[in-house]
Design a protein around this ligand. Structure first.
Ligand SMILES: [Zn+2]
Length: 124
């Protein structure tokens, strides 16, 4: 995958969706960072100046994380418990160590994807 902007993005078009969502980049130019810190959306793109202050992904990314990661964790916990039968402290260490980074990554991806999709839809 090329990290260079597409000609249409450089001309003020639309960044490739997977670049915007997967790398957390501006939905218009694909170059500027979408996030300041872990999950805060920047007010404007640092590269093309696109106003991102009105972009609100709402509760969608959190709901996705709860449903998907909750289901995967439940399945994983059952498998680990009934196949390996570890002591309880293994569960207490294992699941937070896996879930906290997975939650952040899932929410970053979902937030960037929703912002990219809504921006594309609204620009008409
Ligand atoms: Zn931009």
């Amino acid at each position: 995958m090329s990290l260079e902007p597409t000609p249409s993005a450089a001309a003020g078009g639309v960044a490739p969706f997977w670049r915007a969502a997967g790398l957390g980049r501006c939905p218009r130019c694909g170059q500027g960072r979408l996030f300041a810190g872990l999950l805060n959306v920047v007010p404007a793109c640092g590269e093309c100046g696109l106003d991102l202050s009105a972009q609100d992904s709402g509760d969608g990314p959190a709901v996705l994380g709860i449903f998907v990661l909750g289901a995967l964790t439940m399945i994983g916990a059952f498998l680990v418990e009934f196949r390996l039968e570890p002591p309880l402290w293994v569960h207490a260490l294992l699941w937070p160590a896996l879930l906290i980074p997975a939650s952040i990554l899932t929410m970053r991806f979902a937030k960037a994807a929703l912002i990219a999709l809504t921006w594309r839809q609204r620009r008409g």
